[in-house]
Design a protein around this ligand. Structure first.
Ligand SMILES: [Zn+2]
Length: 418
């Protein structure tokens, strides 16, 4: 097979274009003119540098190769020494390596920093010439931010249907972060429909529900929630305050804005971690920053595909159905009931109870009037009672007790808007 010098300075086998002229030389198996090359293997690429090798060797050469004339042999030795991390370099002669070094060294550096993606990780570089040579796309800071945002969006969903659902919710004004990772499309549709239906009546949820997702998507979701938060003016103020505090704690040492933001982010992610354990269908909690705002987390792992069997078990055990757990949609309504209470009853924390005791007492009255549990789980406390009524109103709609409690909440919200 003929060879040709490739861009790395290496002789490389190649197959000539066309199908006839060279048949005597390499088309041994062909019988007709179109079959001359059918038995040829593709030219082997095993002794070319891979993208990854070009990038890593290029980086190494530019970082370590200050004097190309005098130090080339030591650099070649060093490349062979580090051979393992650069891949197999044994196929290259010293002369070939010398050519590779020359070429990679001559690629220009940029003074600006650029981003590129290495596997699943983002990295920073000045060495864009080498990236170009390796055919690796690189990004400016702005492009990187945009790209990273897209990555996040992708990471929050398993399926195209879910992405479509998020987009619909966003278009209708929902500002919270959402991820239904681990839940199938059918249930995802049901969940998002429950959210939409509730928001139609309680529009404040567009802003007060900061995060809705599954356990499986929790960490990405929190990261997304944090990113959303960094775009607010509230965040800018908090960062300024935090800088002052941080410097006080460190006896007057000064911190750059980047350092402050890094510290702050670590703290935020730690404080807001929502690792929930035990048997539950969903959890709704108040935001640490503003207790009238809420986050909701559904447990996808415990139920897999999740169906009525969960609720059947409950009925068997307690004799009363629980509205929460009847379906993903019902669980969503139940948790949204908590989120509605957090907002309109002035949630302090889920344990401290609500501020608006007057509205609560109306609900207590209804509870006494009917004197019949709305569900077994609704017997837990007044907060669960309301959430179970809320779910029952939407899922069933025929339970008078549930409807009455729901109307107290709705009227309270109507009153707040006047
Ligand atoms: Zn609950």
């Amino acid at each position: 097979m003929p060879t040709k010098i490739n861009s790395a300075g290496k002789q490389q086998p190649y197959v000539p274009k066309g199908n006839g002229d060279a048949s005597g030389e390499y088309g041994d198996y062909g019988s007709g003119s179109n079959k001359h090359f059918q038995s040829f293997k593709k030219p082997t690429r095993s002794n070319e540098l891979s993208k990854k090798q070009i990038r890593e060797i290029g980086q190494y050469v530019q970082n370590n190769f200050r004097d190309p004339l005098n130090n080339k042999s030591s650099l070649i030795r060093s490349l062979r020494w580090y051979g393992g991390s650069f891949g197999d370099l044994s196929k290259f002669t010293d002369e070939e390596l010398s050519n590779i070094i020359d070429e990679l060294y001559n690629l220009k550096k940029s003074d600006e920093l650029y981003y590129f993606k290495d596997g699943s990780k983002w990295k920073l570089t000045r060495n864009i010439g080498v990236l170009e040579k390796a055919g690796i796309p690189y990004y400016t800071k702005e492009e990187y931010d945009e790209q990273k945002e897209k990555d996040f969006e992708k990471d929050l969903s398993n399926t195209k249907t879910q992405q479509k659902l998020y987009d619909e919710l966003k278009n209708e004004g929902f500002k919270g972060a959402i991820s239904l990772k681990g839940i199938n499309d059918k249930n995802s549709i049901e969940i998002v429909n429950s959210i939409k239906t509730t928001i139609k009546e309680f529009s404040f949820l567009n802003d007060s529900l900061i995060s809705f997702g599954t356990e499986k998507g929790a960490s990405t979701l929190l990261e997304k929630e944090y990113r959303d938060y960094t775009k607010t003016s509230e965040y800018q103020k908090e960062i300024d305050d935090y800088k002052i505090k941080l410097e006080q704690w460190n006896n007057g040492k000064t911190f750059t804005k980047e350092e402050v933001e890094r510290h702050f982010k670590t703290l935020y992610l730690r404080d807001n971690q929502r690792t929930t354990s035990g048997k539950f269908w969903g959890v709704c909690g108040p935001s640490k920053k503003d207790s009238r705002k809420s986050w909701i987390q559904l447990k996808n792992s415990q139920y897999g595909d999740y169906d009525e069997t969960v609720n059947k078990k409950y009925i068997e055990k307690y004799g009363y159905p629980a509205n929460v757990g009847a379906s993903f949609g019902a669980t969503t309504y139940h948790e949204l009931g908590h989120a509605v209470c957090n907002y309109i009853l002035g949630g302090k924390t889920i344990f401290d109870g609500y501020v608006d005791t007057r509205t609560l007492s109306y609900i207590e009255e209804i509870k006494h009037k009917y004197n019949k549990p709305i569900s077994s789980y609704g017997k837990t406390n007044i907060s669960e009672y309301i959430a179970e009524c809320f779910a029952s109103h939407y899922v069933d709609g025929t339970n008078e007790q549930a409807n009455e409690v729901f109307n107290v909440l709705l009227n309270k919200w109507k009153g707040m808007q006047k």
